[in-house]
Each structure stands twice: as C-alpha cells, then as structure tokens.
Design a binder for this molecule. Structure first.
Ligand SMILES: *Cc1c(COP(=O)(O)O)cnc(C)c1O
Length: 408
C-alpha cells in the first residue's frame, strides 16, 4: 500500500459563530474572540470547524464510490495509528425490514469499532494530531466511551492518556480504560464536573485535550461516518437518526454531508433526526424554544453516554438543525430499553442504551416517514459496555436445572 505523504487539499479553522479564520494548530482549540463570552452552565462558545479549501489542480470531482476519506481530513495519513477505525458495515437488516415494512432501512454499525464505540472516529484523528505535533499526553473527560476509546487508540500509538470519569460510569468502560493502560481519574460528581476538572488539569499540567467539541478535530473525526454512508449508498440518504448528548456526533454528521455537498460530490443534505432521552434533552428543549435559548436542567437517563446537563456542542448542533431543517425527538428510558431488546433480537446488533435510543426514536417517528425513504440509524456503542442496563430488558433464568426433565 502506498502511503500519502502530503495533504491533498488546504485546511484551516473557521469559527462556527463569527466565521473568523485561523491556522490549524494544537495550541488553538476555540475562537478566542467568541470564547471570552464563555460562562459556566452554557454550551461552548466559539467552536471551530475545519474548512477545506479544495486544491484547484484536482479539478474534476471523482465519483462518490471512489472517495478517499483521508484526502478530506486535515492530518496526513502517515500520522494515524495502526488500528482499524471506521469503515464499519452498513447493514441491510432483512428481518427488521420485513417486520417494519421499511424497505430501505439501514444500520451503520459503529459498535464494531476497535473499542466498540463511535468515539474511535474522533480519538483516531486526535491521536494523529498528537503524533504529528509530537505531543506525548492526551487528556479527556468522558461519560465512559470517549475515555475507553482514547485509551485504546492511545495504546495503539504509545501516547499517554489521562481520563476523567464520573464515578458512576459503567464498570466495563472503566475496565476497558484501565486495561488499555490509561491513567484513570475517578471524579466524585457527574460528567460536567469531570469536564471542568479535566480542563483545569490541561491548563496547569499541559497535554492535548480531546474533550468533545472543545478540540475541533473531534467533530472533524466524527464526520467520516457520513462520508462512508454516502460512499456505500452511492448517494445521500433521506434520514439519519443520531443519538445525541453533547451534539458532537450530530455536528460531525452534518459536517461530513456538508463537505460532500460543498465539494460537489452530492446534491443534498439529509434530514438529520436528533434523538435524545427524555431525561437528557437540552438540545431538543433549545430547538423547541422560540429563541434557541439553552436552559439548565440536571439530566437523568439510563442511556449514560448521552446523559449531559450542558451539551458542549449545543450552539453548533442547534445552528445545523435550524439551517438544514433537522428534527428532534425524545424517547423515554422504558422505550430505550424495549428498543434495545427489539433491535438485538431482530438484527443481531446488540447496542448500548444510548445507541438503541436512535432505534427508539425511529420507532416513535416511523408513522410519519415514507415507507420507501432511505433511512440510516447510527448504532454508536456496543451493548456489552453496560450489561447492567441491558439486563433490565430481558428476563434471566431463575431456575437452575440438573436434568432436562425440569425444562418446561
Ligand atoms: C458519545 C455517544 C453518543 C452521543 O454523542 P454526542 O456527541 O455526545 O452527542 C451517543 N452514543 C454513544 C454510544 C456515545 O458514546
């Protein structure tokens, strides 16, 4: 295989609020002009997005089918660690299609990433950033998946990883992080508290922050899912259902489809459906409010990966939803648990509650959708990451036999 030495296009950062442009460097995380307005209890101000300035010597746009995803990323391919992130299957779900009568329903199965969650897409690009700029330490706060992901990708690339986790994080995600050799800091508080402490840590001890939304390459890394979906379908789907907490996956999904549109690979942006748990629905509340205001409310849901009080990427997520006429739907914890079981037993995809939320959102909305619409559900994390939650959706055997005559 030939490794590409140089970037194909030129890249820079652009502020998602004031549109000011900046050079890409690991020293710059947010727009300094907009970030001065940052206060606690509001989403991040001045989130930067990567802008692609298409190299004019490559005048013709190749077909979607032949798209090289590394060409559309701002770090050279040679800096990425050797671990197989992305290129996950787009499943066609014969059982589920028959059962629900949706002939063009797909699952993008990101449970199959190396650390079993979608977060690997962001960690992969951030690791490449650290390697390119020779930064030996990465620091991240997480509800669990970003941590175990960064720990795993860090282990594949000899980067030291320090993670800040709420003490309530599911045990499997903690064990994963420890197994990968990360320094695990357990925080007496929720994810928002872990986030604040990790920011303080980077400010005083140094290292590259992989905090979601704050490091712009987290959004950029997550866009690869859209590039793969469009490449594999050879067109843009009608709907993509995205389980949403901080809104970084949602913003990354939009970013990928926007890049394809801007580079003239595609002609439309799909309808993105932001699916949230009823007990953690900050972006939905802002979307439904008249003035797009983010009010503060403590979150509580069984879907731990999307349980956030303050959605870090809320402002950008809302802007995308408004501009491209996305939709929001919320589902109850009971609906999430039921959807998880339904999905596992009719597709073989065992997803963690946060991921099953996308399926629950689809089930809630399906009567409003055209039966022939091309619909993609993002499955963002593996069910084995939180077996305690999954246990709530099944009945485990209570009787233990010693002879088959005891089986009813
Ligand atoms: C992080 C995560 C999400 C939500 O992503 P946000 O960027 O926080 O909206 C959804 N599902 C799983 C499994 C996750 O780990």
């Amino acid at each position: 295989m030939q490794t590409k030495k140089k970037l194909k296009h030129k890249f820079n950062y652009v502020c998602s609020e004031c549109a000011k442009e900046f050079k890409i460097t690991p020293q710059l995380m947010v727009c300094p002009d907009c970030y001065v307005h940052q206060t606690s209890e509001i989403p991040l101000k001045g989130i930067l997005e990567v802008n692609i300035n298409k190299n004019n010597s490559s005048r013709s746009t190749p077909s979607l089918k032949k798209i090289d995803i590394f060409d559309l990323l701002p770090i050279e391919k040679k800096f990425f660690p050797e671990i197989p992130v992305g290129n996950t299957p787009l499943l066609t779900l014969p059982n589920l299609r028959n059962k629900l009568n949706f002939k063009n329903l797909f699952i993008k199965d990101d449970t199959r990433n190396p650390t079993a969650s979608f977060k690997d897409r962001a960690s992969y690009l951030v690791a490449a950033e650290a390697i390119k700029y020779k930064i030996p330490n990465i620091v991240v706060a997480s509800t669990g998946n970003a941590a175990s992901s960064m720990a795993g990708i860090g282990a594949a690339s000899a980067i030291n990883i320090t993670i800040f986790l709420p003490r309530s994080a599911p045990i499997a995600k903690i064990v994963q992080s420890l197994q990968y050799g990360a320094q695990v800091v357990s925080v007496d508080g929720n994810y928002d508290k872990a986030y604040d402490l990790s920011m303080e840590y980077v400010a005083s001890r140094g290292g590259l922050s992989r905090n979601t939304g704050y490091n712009p390459l987290t959004i950029e890394g997550k866009k690869t899912v859209s590039l793969e979906i469009a490449r594999d379908l050879e067109e843009v789907p009608d709907y993509v259902f995205v389980p949403t907490g901080d809104g970084v996956i949602l913003s990354g999904v939009y970013k990928g489809f926007r890049d394809l549109f801007d580079l003239k690979y595609t002609k439309k942006i799909p309808t993105i459906v932001c699916v949230q748990a009823e007990g953690s629905n900050a972006i939905t509340r802002a979307f439904r409010s008249m003035d797009g205001h983010f009010d503060f409310k403590s979150s509580s849901t069984i879907a731990d990966s999307i349980s956030v009080d303050i959605p870090r990427c809320g402002i950008l997520a809302l802007k995308n939803l408004m501009k491209y006429k996305g939709e929001c739907v919320t589902v109850s914890d009971d609906a999430i648990i039921a959807a998880q079981k339904e999905l596992s037993s009719s597709s073989g995809v065992f997803a963690e509650p946060a991921a099953a939320t996308a399926f629950a959102g689809f089930l809630k909305m399906k009567d409003l959708l055209e039966k022939k619409a091309k619909i993609v559900l993002l499955m963002t994390g593996n069910g084995l990451k939180d077996t305690a939650a999954a246990l709530k959706g099944v009945i485990s055997p209570t009787k233990h036999i010693s002879s088959i005559s005891e089986i009813e």
